[in-house]
Design a protein around this ligand. Structure first.
Ligand code: PEP
Ligand code: MN
Length: 339
């Protein structure tokens, strides 16, 4: 349930309510909005007398959250969340669109740095690149591991752009948090609940990708795992789901953007590269995603897609990416968004 405090409630009253709830075994999540403070209380409602709680000084209203996800829900937090990646980069509604771009996998120093320079020149705000790769085949390229993280760190140093990279295994978290600005939970791991809890303990921004066979509600439940550990810096990523259609690698579910915006306060990123699997569809779906109201895009770019060790067919060349960015800018303007 959430306890909505009166707009004039003071800190002492807020603390008093929080302490009372804690004493009855509730987990407390404070949300100080511009207008008023909301106390999220997760626990067994029968453990406390709601009428008595409602009479405490400063309390305006007690509202049950009927959805199975609590902390990620709009009911819990009315205002859109803004995720702070660095002093300069904030992601969420009201902030400029954030385009994250780079290769599927970090393959070499030159490949990553050439890509990083090109995407920065075209206006990307963040780099992407996998160092630990979830591959369907155990015989396929599995990523460069720490060597890949070091290359990403060099690309960051040269361009000044922060980067996002995937964490597949709880055993790698300690290493990856030393380098990465944003931790990516890949689609295949969306319901790896142990991993979700562990990234929740880091406090680092997390990009949580929707599983190809998962509903929006399941995605929100997975995000709830991360928030329930105290990490509110979560962005949700629509990257295509499995449907009867086989022409595209996945079916990019763009209606997920307004649906998630309705149900949750968390920022939404769209990945049209994995969503389509085809480079020549990436631009149209990027434009559509921006029109649909996403807060950012994740796009795979490779200097020589034909030679890529993973996801070449869906990777844009730097010049095509630059063209995409100039058109994204126009659609962003049309929906009153900066790029
Ligand atoms: C990726 O971003 O390269 C990736 C593997 O994505 P997904 O988990 O969405 O398949
Ligand atoms: Mn990929």
């Amino acid at each position: 349930m959430i306890i909505i405090m009166r707009p004039d409630a003071n800190d002492e009253q807020i603390n008093n309510v929080s302490e009372k709830l804690k004493k009855h075994g509730f987990g407390i999540h404070l949300s100080k909005g511009v207008e008023r403070t909301v106390i999220g209380a997760i626990g067994d409602k029968s453990a406390i007398e709601l009428e008595t709680l409602a009479m405490l000084p400063g309390v305006s209203e007690i509202v049950p959250i009927r959805k199975p996800y609590k902390l990620v829900s709009r009911e819990f937090k009315i205002e859109d969340s803004v995720i702070s990646v660095s002093d300069k980069l904030k992601i969420g509604a009201g902030q400029p669109l954030c385009v994250m771009a780079g290769p599927c996998s970090v393959e070499s120093h030159d490949q990553m740095l050439d890509t990083a320079r090109a995407v920065k020149a075209a206006g990307a705000k963040m780099l992407r690149g996998g160092a630990f790769k979830p591959r369907t085949s155990p015989y396929a390229f599995q990523g460069l591991g720490e060597e890949g993280l070091k290359i990403l760190a060099e690309a960051k140093k040269e361009t000044g752009l922060p980067f996002v990279t995937e964490v597949m295994d709880t055993r790698d978290i300690e290493l990856i948090v030393k380098y990465a600005d944003v931790l990516q939970i890949g689609a295949r791991n969306m319901q790896n609940f142990v991993l979700l809890r562990e990234v929740g303990k880091t406090g680092k921004p997390v990009l949580l990708k929707r599983g190809p066979g998962s509903t929006i509600e399941e995605l929100l439940m997975s995000a709830e795992y991360i928030l329930s550990e105290g990490n509110r810096n979560v962005m949700l990523c629509e990257r295509g789901i499995r449907t009867i259609e086989t022409y595209t690698r996945n079916t990019l579910d763009l209606s997920a953007v307004p649906v998630i915006k309705k149900l949750s306060h968390l920022p939404v990123i769209v990945d049209p590269s994995h969503g389509t699997g085809k480079w020549d569809l990436v631009k149209s779906m990027s434009l559509a995603a921006v029109a649909a109201g996403c807060d950012g895009l994740m796009i795979e770019v490779h200097p020589h897609p034909a030679e890529a060790l993973s996801d070449g067919p869906q990777s844009l060349k730097p010049d095509t990416f630059a063209e995409l960015m100039s058109q994204v800018k126009l659609v962003a303007q049309a929906v009153s968004r900066e790029l």
